[in-house]
Write a protein that binds this ligand. Sequence first.
Ligand code: ZN
Length: 597
Amino acid sequence: MENFIVSARKYRPVTFATVIGQASITNTLKNAIRNQQIAQAFLFTGPRGVGKTTCARILAKTINCRNLRPDGEACNTCESCESFNKSSSFNIYELDAASNNSVEDIRSLVDQVRIPPQSGKYKVYIIDEVHMLSQAAFNAFLKTLEEPPTYAKFILATTEKHKILPTILSRCQIFDFRRISVEDIAMHLANVAHEEHVEAETDALHVIAQKADGGLRDALSMFDQLVSFAGKTLTYRQVIENLNVLDHDYYFRITGYILEGNVSRTLLTVNEIIANGFDGQHFVTGLGQHLRNLLVSKDDGTLALLETSANIRSLYAAQSSACSAQFLMKALELLNQCDLNYKVSNNKRLHLEIVLMQLCNLAVPADAGVVSAANPKPETSRKVQSAPVQSPAGLAPVTPVPQSHAAPPGSVTPTPVAAPSPVPSAAETVQGSKSKVVRTFSGVNVGKIMKSGSVTGEETRDDSEAAAEVLPETRDQFTQNDLERVWEPMAKKVAATQPNLYNTLTCRPPVLTDEFKVVVTVDNKIQEGEIFHRRGEMLSILRESLNNWGIQIETLIADRPPESRKPYTDQEKFDNLAGQNPVIKKLKDQLNLDIDM
Ligand SMILES: [Zn+2]
């Protein structure tokens, strides 16, 4: 059996140029070496596994190299370099202060320092975890550090700079090592994988890099462990299962449900996550991270803060466009509160569920721009009536009167005269069809009840929506034809990045009913949700182009698929063409052709 060398050692850099993610430090060191201005003592600080000891060893080797290259790197071929590379040089002395922190240990080191190097120019003393030295040991060391012989160089390394005495700090040149970026780690892992003939998915390497939290050594250890488990192919799925990382897919899904205001699906998904053995608090912080990523993807300037692979980046961009920055910030605040109180909560599960319900309500306030003509379930309607929503007609309890929520009594917001009061009864019999009208979002109401006035979700509504409600009272008349004329360009604009939504909006013409209500017939709840998300944009385009601020959008779930369905199968496409031009059918018959299925 061949000897296994862990990747962190096997791929340990041997030149400054190959050190990952610390370019500013290695450049400074190379310059100092080239200019022969090497300090007597260095302090390397930074998190673990980012290259402190590696740089110390390279520095020791380089200053002893006999044929220094012009760029300040060691030649790696001279006698001195070779002995360093084989770890057999006498000019390097490493002390791990974590286990050798007594005065005696330092005294023996100080004794060593007195002896000049037998060959080479410098003796280099690397003291790792130097903050672990006892007070007495520090004091014993101080004298040597103050007046070292010219051939002695000290490199102190620590993860906790604040524990180092100021008297030591002032005698060292200090280098702060950075956490290594996820991108850099992932790239390095990809190189290692290539060298080891391991086929690794990019996303898999990114998960490892994220989990390593800036430490390259940790990342390489995880990589080794995963490869020994998975063999020569490393997939995203294997990695998340082994590292106990929650699949990003869950976060995308649950955020989608939250944005729909779908409480039941949200809770079911969390149940699934917890049933799979994930810690609730982990989930809360993970969801926070997810929303934070959505927030930074909103702005090109902050896009650099998104440390993920390119294909996940595009997923973030898509979901980010479906929610407002205000929602994200408010949601992050709620999640942060949940995280802080999680440990002290007696019923952690409920604690988690409450915050999710609040998030759902935050995303889709009960009185959003889509008017429901549905007859909600009796229990739901009772709950809603307890909220101050009461349409003038006294019918259809879910029908919102927009201002009633936005402006609490006594506020100075314009009084509720601007918006039209939708007449709900008209919508119940749209087209006289037997279609069901569904827009209840029963879950939202649960969310409202849970709050019991503690968090005022009503005030967190989208600014754009609030603005839409106090817009002028202009109500230009328009016809069904006018509506269809502006509908297609509106759909094109709103659904520019969402082909599904475009199809949903255009597969059937919208229907204008009285009171400027626009009824969009859809096939299912998913399509309804898609429209619901973008209703704000849709409304503002329609209202503007038709100069009518009374327009409302309503969705209707159809019993049947659209009659004028777009041709999909080859047969349908042929029939469609033949319908437009009978010659085609003739041609087919005469040549005795078949449709190739
Ligand atoms: Zn050399």
